[in-house]
Write a protein that binds this ligand. Sequence first.
Ligand code: SF4
Length: 294
Amino acid sequence: MRFEGRIYRPPSEADSVLIQLTVGCSHNRCAFCAMYVEKHYRVRPLDEVWEDVDTAARRYPNARRVFVCDGDALSAGVRTFAALCEHINARFPRLERIAAYTNARDLLQCTPEELGRLRSLRFSLAYLGLESGSAAVLELIRKGASPEDMVEMARVARDADIALSAIVLLGAGGTALSEDHIQGTIAVVNAMQPRYLSFLTAMIVPHTPLMMWTRQGTFAPLTDRAILHEARAMLGGLELGETLFRMNHVSNLIALGGRLPGDKASLLRQLDSLLPRASDSVTCICNEEEGLML
Ligand code: SF4
């Protein structure tokens, strides 16, 4: 199996077979993201990808889960992605799930029939970097999608029985847009009703516009206390029917997790007890030497 450059996958895909269909991210513009800055986006030669699937199948014949890399594998086109899913199905007899990072644009370009076909090929989990439900924050961070796009994407995924794992980025709007970030995200996540929801923290990493704006003084990152306040306020406003919630990424100040709505009161109590002790320092800025694996 061959991989080009640094490979990222969600923590929950730690035991999955990784297959790289695309290199980098076709968008590659988000102001906080340095994951693929060193990569030039392209679809890998398909014969090589198919060979990688064959190699992986020989090495891990009992694998049940496959994660397709890189940042937006569906950008290869739904036909190519479906052909890859077909090949994976043919090579892994115990396959249960194919997953990938996705974006609103790629899913909204698919017809219901195409999504149904992907689902029948066990593409059953789409990870989405929602980041925020605020139009102003999404514009600031150059996400390339509106709150309405995000909600619509969740609807088409739900209609196709593809589970959504949405990622919210605490602190993405800085101090200026914090309240907008909170209110917009509550509204959009409630409308989306994702099966999985993660809160990560916006880390200010080198080689990003966010780092440049921070140095110039046009973006004011949140203090630890303000980040926890955002988490508390968002969680408090969520009305979710059945969602597995996680806030345990390396970027988070604390590790929390539970099922919503059942564990909501307990999660809020934990945040309430931590808030008075939270620091008023800004610790989400990484220097050149430290870096951070996101
Ligand atoms: S956050 Fe996702 S969509 Fe944005 S540049 Fe990074 S990989 Fe691409």
